[in-house]
Design a protein around this ligand. Structure first.
Ligand code: WTA
Length: 703
């Protein structure tokens, strides 16, 4: 914070808001409204703060409990909220077993392989039940796992991933799914932090027409975890094709086992689901934050499941008879909540697509939608932009009809929103722009699809029971309609909120609550607003427009990357003395990282080779999604007098925005050097300043 005084680069809130204009409303059709789950105009009253927290009973009542809870919310130890205390429940039972009586022959999952000549595979609720039971028996008896143990799962989009997750949930094992695209090393960090003794993976899979050798990453992950002091005892490997080993990386004797071989001994086995306390942890999901180390976001069982079930029903409008397709990856929170737990809990058919949306061409998603008759479609702005760019007229060629479409993960430009509405949705589908985070379990802001008009580029009001507020730096409320930006916070806890950061409760309090809690001794939840870390504007109608992160997280194609993680990967290259990573506006991915490095004195190695090493280090330690657009070698970094690197000056240079007054920096000349280098050697970023400038301007402000 001292930097703000140091360099006079503050941006007034009015400046930030200058580019924002109100968009016109769009209304849901009568046809949509007539079939919608949530049509009660009194819902806001029911979920008002006056009825808090009892209003959330409505969601918990959508579940089957072994034992009903006695306390809806125990807030006696803020901000460690406990929901539905006294209740006993099992998530696997609610997502699988309870649907058998009426729907055992209905497809729970439909797997769509990336190669188009492979047929989709439907898995009924009965088959899912059989598989989840067999895998649970294996995990308990072969792997020796017990309630409370952590299991790391590093898998791509195949049905064995949700099957494994549900098998864990059945036994009360805490799964930690790592996004399949992450490197072995990143997976190893997460194994070590969670203390997992078992890693579950797959031999290979398809991505963009290529077979990926995934097993190789398991070896790297185990090695990395060992460096950090955690020994993985068993690696359990699924096979993309039964009876065929798709990887050329050898099996390690005594450690590696093929799931299909092991499962033969468990054929037909049944395992009773373990009744879990509502507040027992269900899973960990690692996400980037403001320091180098990823945070293990811990979600509970009863509150989380109630929340994703309620919002799947009310906001996604899922009915059991729908065919629902969320194109996100299960390795992210969207996939956990809205491919696996929410949709299966409400008993619908959820599609799992293995590959990339544009393989082999930009008509692929619409062919899948037509063939399977998908009627709810869920994706992120980055995919929408890509599909629009490569095939703006493709949707017209296919005969499918969506009733509802979702956008999530980053702000959507009104122009992109309109293409989604007009072309993909054929002017028939309602769009919900859902704003939320890994930490939140489920949606925070969105329009209620049958009740609220849509406004392009705005997420909408808080969903039922969520009471958002925009606060300025001092904690004062920014009134709706003033066009001033602030930090979006939630006034009240809700059942989907994380429980803590695994192994680091102090960091949980610091990151999400310390900023706006006026009285740390208070036992009243009203004193503990949740700080989301996003900048936002609240319009006169209460709709929230998210501007982007206010911390040093970069949102690349909807994936959260911490600048500090990227920088420490750069520093692994021996020649690099200092590194700074900044976001650059990209027309497809939203943001991409650019890297600035300064070399150690006396380094004479070829600069191009050093740059290549930096890129390679980022790809190995984090994954290809983090690949920087540019690596710039600077003679020195712009620094404050107290020696801090001014990332936001670099961000301004990379995005061709004014750097402002830099005369108070310790080394103002350096800025001019860097500017000349960058402007002479790269094209200007393509997207207009208006669309992306707000959060770039804010970047680094809380350093
Ligand atoms: C951003 C993804 C604008 C936001 C579910 C948030 C969004 C971060 C939206 C969380 C949206 C998510 N409009 N921005 N509809 N949804 N974000 O944890 O900056 O991967 O803080 O969760 O994505 O990313 P995460």
């Amino acid at each position: 914070m001292s930097d703000l005084k140091d360099d006079k680069l503050e941006i007034s809130e009015a400046q930030i808001a200058a580019h924002w204009k109100e968009e016109e409303y769009y209304y849901p059709s009568a046809k949509f409204i007539s079939q919608a789950n949530l049509v009660d105009v009194d819902v806001n009253k029911r979920f008002s703060l006056d009825n808090f927290p009892e209003c959330f009973k409505e969601y918990a009542d959508m579940l089957d409990w072994y034992k009903y809870w006695h306390t809806t919310l125990d807030s006696s130890n803020p901000p460690f909220w406990k929901w539905f205390v006294g209740g006993l429940i099992n998530a696997s039972y609610n997502c699988v077993d309870r649907h058998l009586a009426k729907n055992k022959g209905k497809a729970a999952l439909i797997f769509v392989p990336e190669p188009e000549n492979e047929e989709p595979v439907a898995i009924t609720y009965q088959e899912l039940f059989v598989k989840v039971n067999e895998v649970a028996a294996l995990l308990r008896e072969f792997a020796g796992l017990q309630k409370g143990d952590r299991v790391t799962i590093h898998m791509p989009m195949v049905p064995e991933l949700p099957i494994t997750m549900l098998a864990c949930a059945r036994l009360g094992l805490i799964h930690s799914v790592v996004f399949g695209g992450f490197s072995g090393s990143a997976c190893g960090d997460r194994i070590a932090d969670s203390g997992s003794k078992v890693l579950i993976t797959i031999d290979g899979y398809y991505r963009n027409g290529q077979v990926q050798n995934h097993k190789e990453k398991a070896d790297q992950a185990v090695a990395r975890a060992k460096e950090l002091g955690v020994d993985v005892e068993k690696v359990l490997i699924w096979s993309r094709y039964k009876g065929k080993y798709l990887s050329d990386t050898p099996m390690v004797k005594g450690r590696d086992f093929l799931m299909d071989d092991l499962l033969r001994d468990f054929a037909g086995r049944r395992v009773d689901p373990i009744p879990m306390r509502a507040e027992d942890p269900l899973f960990l999901m690692y996400t980037s934050g403001t320091t180098g180390k990823p945070k293990g976001i811990q979600h509970g069982t009863g509150g989380y499941l109630a929340y994703v079930t309620g919002t799947s029903k009310y906001i996604l409008d899922i009915h059991p008879e729908d065919i629902y397709w969320c194109m996100a990856d299960i390795g992210w929170i969207t996939g956990h909540s809205y491919i696996v737990y929410g949709p299966l809990s409400v008993g619908t058919t959820s599609i799992i697509y293995e590959g990339v949306p544009t393989y082999p061409d930009a008509g692929r998603p619409w062919r899948i939608a037509e063939r399977l008759d998908v009627n709810i479609f869920h994706t992120a702005p980055t995919s929408i932009r890509q599909l629009r760019k490569l095939g703006p007229e493709e949707p017209r060629k296919y005969n499918y009809h969506f009733k509802l479409m979702v956008t999530v993960g980053e702000p959507i430009e009104p122009d992109v929103w309109r293409w989604y509405y007009n072309e993909v949705g054929k002017k028939e589908a309602v769009i919900v722009d859902t704003w939320w985070q890994t930490e939140n379990g489920g949606f925070l802001c969105s329009t209620k699809p049958a009740l609220d008009p849509m406004k392009p580029g705005s997420a909408g009001p808080g969903v039922p029971g969520i009471h958002p507020v925009v606060l300025d730096e001092k904690g004062n409320e920014v009134p709706p309609g003033t066009q001033r930006a602030g930090n979006v916070c939630i006034k009240n806890p809700w059942p989907g909120i994380m429980q803590t950061i695994w192994g680091d409760p102090e960091r949980y309090v610091q990151t999400y609550y310390a900023k706006y809690c006026k009285n740390k001794e208070s036992k009243d939840w009203r004193d503990w607003p949740y700080f989301a870390g996003d900048g936002a504007l609240i319009a006169a109608d209460g709709y929230i427009r998210i501007l982007g992160r206010v911390d040093d997280v970069i949102n690349v194609a909807g994936h959260r990357l911490g600048t500090k993680e990227l920088e420490s990967a750069c520093l692994k290259v021996a020649d690099v003395a200092e590194a700074a990573v900044v976001p650059v506006v990209d027309p497809i991915k939203g943001r991409v990282p650019e890297v600035y490095i300064a070399l150690k004195p006396g380094v004479t190695r070829d600069r191009e080779l050093i740059k290549k090493d930096v890129v390679a280090s980022i790809e190995t330690l984090i994954g290809k999604i983090a690949r920087p657009a540019h690596v710039w070698i600077a003679e020195d970094m712009p620094k404050t007098r107290s020696g801090k690197i001014m990332r936001r000056v670099l961000a301004a240079v990379s995005n061709r925005l004014p750097v402002g007054d830099v005369t108070t920096l310790a080394n103002p000349d350096v800025v001019e050097h860097i500017k000349t280098m960058v402007e002479s050697q790269s094209q200007a970023p393509q997207r207009a300043e208006a669309e992306g400038a707000e959060d770039i301007r804010r970047f680094g402000q809380v350093e």
